[in-house]
Design a protein around this ligand. Structure first.
Ligand SMILES: *Cc1c(COP(=O)(O)O)cnc(C)c1O
Length: 389
């Protein structure tokens, strides 16, 4: 699947011959077709299609090994992994989070009956600012839900220090962070729990899917019960749970895609280096600096545009590139607090760094099989757009 900036399909074949082939903002990693068929063949014999069959159990154990954890549950998607985790920890009251994220993070908090409180982000790496978190803690605060974004990690040590001092849970939205490591330790190691997304557009996909990672067997049992209608045993329902189980076909897709994940991340790294080489010296453009000790998964390629210096606004660049068949994404824009369900209760002026970034940021095409010639086409178009003014 390929998605253009609006999330609709951009199909190269539909394009006429005289205009250049479109470059989508993302493109799903797919296994070899025959390998996938081999992987799903046993399902025709067993007819075990969902409810923790062979493929889901095998993928869970391979993901545990990959992430260096021992308690995780595959879920139908990342969003439901986060909702299930919030429910499993039986949180109450206020949850401190970031407005610079996908609507899913905030929705999961609100749909769990909790009140989101928005901290600002750091201007250097765009993750939640620990100082801003601490200033917002009240007796009602029960947890922090930070978001690892773009392929880097939050300031996990400072966040844990605050959580320890105030007795708060830390549940990471690690939707972007599958495959990210800090000093050789995988992203799942931090906080009380993490949610990963395996959506088609993420670095590793199971078509739709997600993973909830927790620290002990008791919490894992609770997550597994909650993701299956709260069923705790034969003729027994112990919780008001929903349905957040992964099916066997998605797990089979994951088993195939996991085999190429390391190579996919390596190829994304080459793409990122090519962008850096071309764009890091362009006046008015800023690339996200790598964080020391963090090995990125190169999930996204965000640039910020200072329109005074660059000569064109972020929106102008986005639209100008789209005319040339180059699809970029205003990600994340608008801020979650500016969406209709939240606008009346929150004011984005309370998080000025996040407000500024959401008006300046653009993510460029990034996927494992993006050709360097296409990276150059994107960079030529960007540089020309700035120079034209
Ligand atoms: C993709 C994403 C989600 C939701 O994950 P799904 O698997 O699509 O449900 C949540 N938070 C962030 C930051 C994401 O990018």
């Amino acid at each position: 699947m390929t998605l253009d900036a609006t999330g609709s399909h951009a199909d190269a074949d539909e394009h006429s011959n005289d205009s250049p082939v479109p470059i989508p903002v993302t493109r799903s990693s797919m296994p070899d077709f025959d390998a996938f068929v081999e992987e799903i063949r046993p399902l025709w014999d067993s007819r075990w299609l969902t409810n923790r069959g062979e493929k889901v159990r095998q993928l869970e154990s391979e993901l545990n090994a990959y992430l260096g954890v021992s308690h995780s549950a595959l879920t139908v998607n990342g969003h439901m992994a986060l909702e299930t985790l919030l429910q499993a920890f039986e949180l109450k009251g206020e949850v401190i989070t970031t407005p610079f994220t996908f609507a899913s993070t905030t929705h999961a908090i609100v749909r769990s009956g909790l009140t989101p409180v928005f901290a600002d982000i750091k201007p250097d790496d765009y993750t939640i600012d620990p100082a801003s978190i601490e200033a917002l803690i009240t007796p009602q605060t029960s947890a922090i839900v930070p978001v690892h974004i773009y392929g880097t990690l939050c300031d996990v040590d400072a966040i844990q220090d605050i959580a320890d001092r105030y007795g708060l849970k830390v549940i990471y939205d690690a939707a972007h962070a599958f495959g990210v490591e800090r000093d050789g330790v995988g992203a799942a190691a931090f906080g009380d729990a993490s949610m990963f997304s395996f959506h088609a557009t993420k670095v590793f996909n199971t078509i739709e899917g997600g993973l909830a990672v927790v620290r002990d067997q008791e919490m894992l049992n609770r997550v597994k019960h909650l993701q299956n209608f709260g069923i705790t045993g034969r003729d027994q329902v112990g919780y008001v749970g929903g349905n957040a189980k992964m099916n066997e076909f998605s797990a089979a897709m994951g088993l195939c895609n996991l085999r190429t994940l390391k190579d996919d991340i390596r190829r994304r790294g080459i793409v990122e280096s090519a962008y850096r080489e071309r764009l890091s010296q362009v006046a008015g453009l800023r690339l996200l600096n790598p964080v020391e000790g963090v090995a990125s998964n190169h999930a996204y390629l965000p640039v910020t545009i200072d329109s005074d210096e660059f000569g064109v606004t972020r929106d102008g660049l986005h639209d100008g590139l789209a005319i040339q068949g180059i699809y970029t994404r205003k990600y994340f824009y608008p801020l979650v607090t500016d969406f209709d369900p939240y606008r009346e209760d929150y004011d984005s002026s309370g998080t000025p760094n996040a407000a500024r970034l959401s008006n300046e940021v653009l993510t460029l095409p990034m996927y494992a099989d993006l050709q360097i010639a296409d990276v150059n086409r994107v960079c030529d178009a960007i540089i020309a757009a700035g120079a034209a003014v």
